[in-house]
Design a protein around this ligand. Structure first.
Ligand SMILES: C[S@@+](CC[C@H](N)C(=O)[O-])C[C@H]1O[C@@H](n2cnc3c(N)ncnc32)[C@H](O)[C@@H]1O
Length: 421
């Protein structure tokens, strides 16, 4: 492999730094920051771009630090931004999102705000890994499939770390650890089976084979003032504090822009009027698109101005949890892939899709609800850019984005954006 000297200029959506070779070819440099000179090993070459990994930093950025977690020096590949100073991480995330909204989203001078301050350390309540040859919970090493035991990990919650340090599994097993930080309930899922596992006595241990055979297993978490049942196969946010922050930003946007959406105010015409910017019906309906276990719908459904929640979700396990979790409010959870969802009139759509984003057909469906407010929760900058552009074409105007730092020491970005029409 070739080693090259590169001067980096900007941050790419994947968290790497961008450099341009004399030929004009772009190089994405993992482990580098903007405004650095680095020596890097080229690991992938394409016609228009290449990928490289930092070997040596010749001129460091002012944002660069020694990784605070000792596991990085031993090769742990769990966090890709350990070399970025903790106070700089939110700044870099915001500047990246501002850039994406302008370049891809066609938003001139976007408002991009900082979310609630969150610690980067010891928050993570879910971690997926593999058992090493001694059966110890491990992540993968950087640029390798080899496992590295993560005793002393900086980001995992203490309830997770205790399982990491005291449990053993069959070598090579796939292990997912999930805990409720506020309930202390703990669940460990082991694939292909839980045979040969030893975990602390309070932990609910379940094999992937048992789940496939229909066994139900769950833990509970408390977020946004409500208690959530989360089944082994259901998505839940990666920390309780992060989920609280996310819920509070979404709720703030609904409070701030939702009155203009007509919540609780009866109007005459709805999406059936044929206009793409049809006014809302005033039914007080809020769609929670990709609702998971019902997090946003459950919290927003407690508001007196929201009369009904419609949850849309593809996973059977999450649908079952959402129906259970939202049993005390007027909520209808539809088990359907969002691409096949048939929209009904609503005032507000809160959408929290997977990394691939909403895409063109689902943005059309959002428009067809007649909603005047769409609150989009994005976990991938590139899909945020694409969805923003589609929402703008659908007649929505970008009002504001808030960038959350849910994944400290990682380039992973979570953004909540409000779009109004
Ligand atoms: C990022 S999670 C958000 C869940 C929930 N809003 C929360 O905060 O806990 C995305 C959810 O979308 C669901 N999902 C993924 N693709 C989907 C699709 N095509 N149609 C419907 N739901 C989908 C996943 O099962 C998952 O529950």
């Amino acid at each position: 492999m070739t080693t090259v000297e590169l001067a980096t200029t900007a941050l790419a959506v994947g968290g790497e730094a961008i450099a341009r070779e004399d030929s004009g070819r772009v190089v994405f440099v993992a482990g580098a920051l903007p405004d650095e000179v680095v020596r890097a090993e080229v690991v992938e070459e394409r016609k228009n771009h290449a990928r490289a990994i930092v070997v040596d930093v010749l001129t460091p950025s002012k944002h660069r630090v020694e990784p605070p977690c000792g596991l990085v020096a031993h090769g742990c590949g769990g966090c890709d931004w350990q070399h970025v100073a903790e106070p700089s991480q939110p700044l870099l995330r915001r500047s990246l999102i501002s850039d994406v909204l302008q370049r891809q989203g066609k938003v001139h001078n976007p408002t991009v705000l900082a979310g609630p301050k969150l610690s980067a350390d010891h928050l993570r309540t879910t971690v997926k890994g593999v058992a090493d040859s001694e059966g110890r919970f491990s992540l993968r090493r950087r640029r390798s499939h080899d496992p590295i035991h993560i005793a002393g990990c900086l980001i995992t919650h203490p309830l997770v770390q205790e399982i990491v340090e005291t449990s053993t599994f069959a070598p090579g097993a796939n292990v997912t650890i999930r805990v409720g930080a506020r309930t202390s309930e703990r669940l460990v899922i082991v694939g292909p089976s839980a045979a040969g596992s030893s975990v602390p006595s309070d932990v609910l241990l379940v094999g992937a084979d048992e789940l496939r055979a229909g066994r139900r297993a769950w833990f509970h978490e408390e977020v946004g003032g409500r208690r959530w049942r989360v089944s082994a196969e259901s998505f839940f946010q990666a920390s309780a504090q992060g989920a609280d922050a996310l819920v509070s930003v979404v709720r703030d946007y609904v409070d701030r822009f939702g009155s203009g959406a007509g919540l609780g105010i009866d109007q005459e015409s709805g999406p059936g009027s044929g206009s793409t910017s049809a006014p809302s019906t005033g039914s007080g309906r809020l769609v929670d698109l990709c609702c998971g276990v019902g997090l946003f719908g459950g919290v927003l459904g407690e508001s007196s101005s929201v009369r009904q929640i419609v949850g849309v979700e593809r996973s059977a396990s999450s649908v079952s949890d959402a129906r259970h979790n939202l049993a005390d409010i007027d909520a209808r959870i539809i088990k359907v892939a969002m691409e096949k969802w048939r929209p009904s009139p609503a005032e507000i759509v809160v959408a929290d899709p997977a990394r691939s984003g909403l895409g063109a057909s689902v943005v059309k469906s959002v428009g067809a609800t007649g909603a005047r407010l769409c609150v989009l929760v994005s976990c991938d900058p590139a899909s945020l850019g694409r969805d923003t552009s589609l929402l703008v074409d659908e007649g929505f105007k970008h009002k504001s984005s808030t960038v959350l730092d849910l994944f400290g020491h990682s380039s992973h970005i979570e953004v909540v954006s409000a779009f109004e029409r």
